[in-house]
Design a protein around this ligand. Structure first.
Ligand code: SAH
Length: 496
């Protein structure tokens, strides 16, 4: 699926869980040069966009329009006419109370081509994550999506309440929480029984999902007492009683945990994937990008033994040979890798590689290739007995977009726990925070800090964090154990 330049893709991001975007939407997002996104789009989705993309936040807060619709339309047209590849990312499905019709009309009028990529709408997605299918052969043969708020002066939607109250089994009201008293009154006064079950789902499919059950007579009081707010779906109908206790989603072990997992390299980690599978929302921070430094002809060592510090350094070395039209047979030295993984990378180029431990300490000095950070780290771990020559094949830089993701998550109070898997991540994370105007001291007041071991703890304390937990051993299992006793460490931290 290749995107066309100068085309605007109106993409549904799904209701919250980042896994609920379509394959097509995801592919387009990865290719976009400009991304305009809404408040209800999970900021974590931005982490999957192209590193070079420009991001424009068009979030509308209820009653406080940040970017007016006309301004959004103009931006879409402008970038489209400039020949950019534009993704307009909208919460849920773009056609369900998403104003996609207005955007499409503006694009059409300006002659800008567009495509609509549907998404999972909150009324269906949030209900499913609360354990409720919106239709069911025994409970619900019809389903309607209704706005709970319209542009009339009172905001009370002008709809055919009689038809709705009597003709539809399951009704999902969007944007309706402010009008909940009006909605329940209308349904009752138009003939729906006051004991009709109602389910509220706030921030459905995300780690912030909360639900509340009641009926048309009780739900207003209950919602007030529990301080339910938008974004929430009001699901009216018998089918909502299928939610009994915690849903499949809410009962995942790490459900409702928001983890910021420190990272120092470019690759997404296996650990993040496992934590997500357990129900946590994981933000791998900061997003890093590898910057290659291809070697010039004169810098390529032809007669010395080479030590590669990572698979990436192997790749870049071979790419440099090719770029300089140097045949591998002209390289005389032996190849060593710092790890098994790196030796494998050497072998993938049909060359013979050995682990560095196999090399005799009396052998002549070698040349080391890798990234400077990695070099300093490895230098401490493997005290090379000689003065080595070092060539930087690449370095890691922070992707700027990651700062937007952080700020959006922070605004939504979705930074709860910071995990430092190693000392190096303390450095990259702290630099990332600094770029976002956040300090270790301040973030420690609202997030708990977990370190994998003594080294990362020392680094974190030195940087200014209040460390609440050090794992008994540096493993995922130990981390899970600590995360599962969610409350205890916070209390302990507050008392200390
Ligand atoms: N296009 C979106 C709806 C936008 S209108 C869609 O198809 O889902 C905004 C309203 O959608 C919110 O006020 C709320 O009623 C609902 N909504 C969006 N995301 C939600 C979520 N994660 N949980 C509950 N309701 C949500």
């Amino acid at each position: 699926m290749m995107t066309k330049p100068g085309c605007v893709y109106l993409v549904g991001a799904g209701p919250g869980d980042i896994g609920l975007v379509t394959l097509k939407g995801y592919t387009y997002l990865q290719q976009a040069e400009v991304v305009l996104y809404d408040r209800l789009v999970n900021p974590l989705l931005l982490e999957y966009a192209s590193q070079q993309a420009e991001f424009i936040y068009c979030g509308k807060m209820p009653k406080k329009h940040i970017l007016r619709q006309e301004a959004i339309n103009e931006l879409l047209v402008k970038h489209g006419l400039e020949g950019k590849n534009v993704v307009r990312l909208k919460g849920g499905d773009p056609s369900v109370f998403g104003r996609v019709g207005e955007e499409a009309a503006a694009l059409e009028q300006a002659g800008v081509p567009y495509e609509i990529v549907p998404g999972i709408t909150a009324g269906i997605g949030a209900a499913a994550y609360a354990g409720v299918p919106v239709t069911h052969r025994e409970h619900s043969l019809s389903f309607a999506v209704i706005t709970g708020h319209d542009k009339s002066p009172s905001g009370e939607p002008l709809i055919d309440w009689h038809a709705l109250a009597n003709g539809i089994d399951t009704i999902a009201f969007y944007m309706g929480l402010g009008n909940l008293p009006y909605i329940s009154e209308q349904l009752i006064s138009h003939g729906r029984s006051s004991d009709t079950p109602v389910l509220l789902i706030q921030w459905g499919t995300t780690g912030k999902q909360r639900t509340l059950q009641g009926n048309l007579a009780t739900i207003v009081q209950k919602a007030k007492a529990a301080q339910f707010k938008n974004p929430a779906i009001i699901l009216v109908g018998d089918v909502s009683t299928l939610k009994k206790g915690e849903s499949w989603f809410e009962s995942k072990p790490l459900f409702s945990q928001h983890l910021l997992l420190g990272r120092a390299g470019e690759e997404p980690s296996e650990m993040a994937r496992h934590l997500r599978e357990q129900g946590a929302e994981v933000f791998e921070f900061p997003r890093m990008q590898k910057k290659k430094h291809l070697l010039k002809k004169a810098d390529i060592p032809a007669n010395r033994d080479l030590l590669f510090l990572s698979p990436a350094s192997v790749d870049i070395f071979f790419e440099s040979l090719q770029a300089n039209k140097i045949d591998i047979r002209r390289i005389q030295g032996e190849f060593y890798g710092i790890s098994k993984k790196t030796v494998k990378a050497i072998e993938s180029y049909h060359c013979f590689g050995k682990e560095i431990a196999e090399r005799s300490p009396d052998a002549p000095p070698l040349v080391i290739l890798g990234d400077p950070e990695g070099f300093h780290r490895k230098e401490q771990r493997y005290p090379f007995v000689f003065e080595p020559d070092f060539i930087a094949t690449h370095s890691f830089i922070r992707v700027q977009q990651t700062e937007q993701t952080f700020s959006r998550l922070q605004e939504e109070e979705r930074i709860e726990t910071i995990i430092f898997p190693n000392a190096r991540s303390v450095k990259t994370v702290t630099e990332g925070f600094q770029a976002c105007g956040e300090t270790p001291e301040n973030i420690s007041t609202y997030a708990r800090v977990i370190c994998f071991g003594e080294k990362s703890k020392q680094a974190a304390v030195k940087a200014g964090y209040a460390v609440s937990e050090v794992l008994s051993e540096p493993t995922e299992e130990a981390l899970q154990e600590v995360l599962l006793q969610k409350e205890a460490p916070l209390v302990a931290a507050a008392l200390s």
